[in-house]
Structure formats: structure tokens, C-alpha cells
Design a protein around this ligand. Sequence first.
Ligand code: UD1
Length: 312
Amino acid sequence: MSKVLVTGGAGFIGSNLVDQLVQDGDEVIVVDDLSMGLASNIPSSPKVTFYEHSITDHGFMKDLLLKEQFDYIYLLAAIASVADSVARPYETHQINQEANIFILEIIRQHKLPIKKVLFTSSAAVYGNNPELPKREDSTIDPLTPYAIDKFATERFVIDYGKLYNIPTVAVRFFNVYGPRQNPKSPYSGVLSLITECLKNQRVFTLFGDGEQTRDFIFIQDVLLALHLIMSNSQAVHEVYNVATGKQSSLLNIITDYQKVTDQSLSVEYLPARDGDIIHSCADITKLKGLGFNSKYTLFLGLSDYWVSASRN
Ligand code: UD1
């Protein structure tokens, strides 16, 4: 049994991860300010402790790290929206970068015996670099405060690891989707918004012409990737793309989702959003080297998502 910290553990990816860790028998501590996450996402289990706190609260984070002496740390807390970071650059920076460096600094200063720290970065770091698919060593071109913070923090995490001998690793999530992705903000992940529109027969606003592409990965495949990376002692001071390696346009996704749900989605078109990336798709050779094989096609993932969304 390990003691694990999950920042952002009430959020979409975080809470699915907490479920998995509890099933694996770990003791899990969640820190989340519920800005996007929900307390109800966190499994009620004697193995889980939840602190409703922002990771930007230095005093709180320091006391927690010193008291709990975690084996593993997953740094998931973030303002997840690219567009939100364009609207609130300084605020999002405090969360997406500064708070995470403070955690590293406490680990360094107090020589905490951590087995591994994993930071969740993003495909947004590649920006509009036309080279596709994006390899971990492809050119970086961060276009937004979100992408800049993700890239800089990734480098801090890896460099703290190398310089101060802390086992660290970073992942670049591509577009993750699945149950519990919160559709409540206009900046929410596009598939959670489409799901809401299909459920409630509302009009979906599509920014751009719909030909923009993304590499969508279902949450269960993400959990598999995180497990492989966290448990492999060779996976340190590295960055891994977490994706499926498959590229789909928004229009194709809408077509597939209509088939899954047997409904038609009404779409209204607006101009593309500032800072929006046109094409995104991952090379996942490095992740496959750890034994990863995605189990969910887009059709299968959307089907699972729809079943779960229709229940709630
Ligand atoms: C997403 C994630 C980000 C992650 C990145 C990695 C969210 C909110 N963002 O950013 O955390 O780091 O993938 O690749 O999950 N769109 C519409 N209509 C809408 C909403 C979105 O047309 O109502 C379009 C957007 O303009 C964009 C595409 O859908 O072209 C995807 O948008 P979004 O889901 O916000 O994801 P990313 O910006 O790719």
C-alpha cells in the first residue's frame, strides 16, 4: 500500500484516477479547491481524505507534504482551459505554474523521500508547429499562457528531478474525454459540451470550420498510461505524450457521436477562438515502449461516455 497525493483529485481526470488508486489499495489524499471539480466525484472510502484547498495556499501545502510523507504525487490541479488562460493569464499562472514549483521546492528543501512525482502537462505546448504527429522532441511553440505555464513547469519538474535527485516525470495529455468531464463552463472540454447539447437538445457552438483536428483519448486509456509511467522505474526525468496516435476532425467526431447516440446535433458556427490550435495528433512510440496499447477506439469511448452521461 502506498500513500498518494492527487492535486485536482475532485476533477475529471483526477477523480477517475482516485477511483483507480483506491481499487489498487492505496491510501489517497486529495487537494482540490472545487473550482471545476465536485466533491461528489471523490469516492467515499476510508482510504480517501479530501482537503478543500487551493494548491496556491503555501502554508497548507507545506504542512501537508511534511506531515504525510507521500510515496507518490500526481500534480493534476490546474485551470484546464486554454481559452480561460487567455482571459485570466496572471491568475492561471499562479495555479498552473507557481503552486507546482512551490511543491517541488518543499520536496527539495526537506529532502522528502518521494518515490515519484508526476506532472501533467499538455499537447498545447506544441502549438501550431506544422510537424505531425508531434513527438516529444518536436519543436515547442506555446501560444497561450496555459501552454507557456505547462511547458515551463514541465521543465522545472524534470530539472528539479535531475539537479536534486528527485524521481520526477511529466506527461503531455492530448484531448482527454469521458465521464465526469465538467460541461458547466463555456471553456469546458468540447466533448463534454457536445454531450450536454445532445442530452438536452441544445445548439452546439462550433468555433472555426470544424476541420480542426485533435487526438482524443478516453479516460480509461489515460489511467492505463499513468499506471505504466508511474510504476516503471526507468520512466524518470522524461516527458511522455499521452494520446492514441489517431487524429480526428471535430466534424468527424460529431458524425461519430451522432451515430453512437442516434440523434442529430444542431450546430451554429462562430469564428475560431484566439490561440486555438488547428491540428494536433501525437506520436506515441515512447509510451508504447512502456507497454501502452490504447483499448478504446473513439467509437467505443463515446459509447461508454454516452451510457454514463445518460444515467446522470
Ligand atoms: C484541451 C484541454 C486542455 C488540454 C489540451 C491538450 C479542455 C477544456 N482543454 O484543449 O486542458 O491541455 O486539450 O490537447 O479540456 N470548441 C468548439 N466549441 C466549443 C468548445 C470548443 O468548437 O463549445 C473547439 C475549440 O475551439 C477547439 C476544439 O473544439 O478547436 C477543442 O477545444 P477544447 O475541448 O477546449 O480543447 P483544447 O483547446 O484542444
